[in-house]
Design a protein around this ligand. Structure first.
Ligand SMILES: [Zn+2]
Ligand SMILES: [Zn+2]
Length: 115
């Protein structure tokens, strides 16, 4: 099992997303991999296609920690009392691009079910 890096849901498999974390940039200059669940990946991918119509804010990216311009991504935390707990994660453009790449890779992937 692995935990989604955004909403912390535990799943057997997550979608690998490449991000460049400034605090690890000297050790991993080409970026590191984080794992996102299908829902977070999809939300981030949708936001990436909409950044021109969204108002950005400044702060620390929830995924890579970069201090930059951030875009709001709707996510849902698993909640024992409510089932899900909607929240907003703030991601930088770089991480959103990484999510789009991962989403496209996933969509183009041949299904592992029967042929
Ligand atoms: Zn998630
Ligand atoms: Zn980021």
């Amino acid at each position: 099992m692995a935990d989604c890096d955004l909403c912390s849901v535990s799943l057997p498999t997550l979608n690998p997303v490449k991000v460049v974390m400034p605090r690890f940039a000297s050790a991993f200059p080409k970026g590191t991999w984080v794992g996102l669940c299908d829902d977070c990946l999809k939300s981030a991918h949708e936001v990436n296609g909409n950044t021109s119509s969204l108002s950005s804010s400044n702060g620390d990216c929830d995924l890579c920690g970069a201090k930059t311009e951030l875009y709001p991504v709707d996510i849902e935390f698993p909640s024992l009392s409510k089932g899900v707990d909607p929240d907003v994660a703030n991601l930088c453009k770089g991480c959103l691009e990484g999510c789009t790449e991962a989403q496209i890779r996933k969509e183009n992937e041949p299904k592992s079910e029967h042929h």
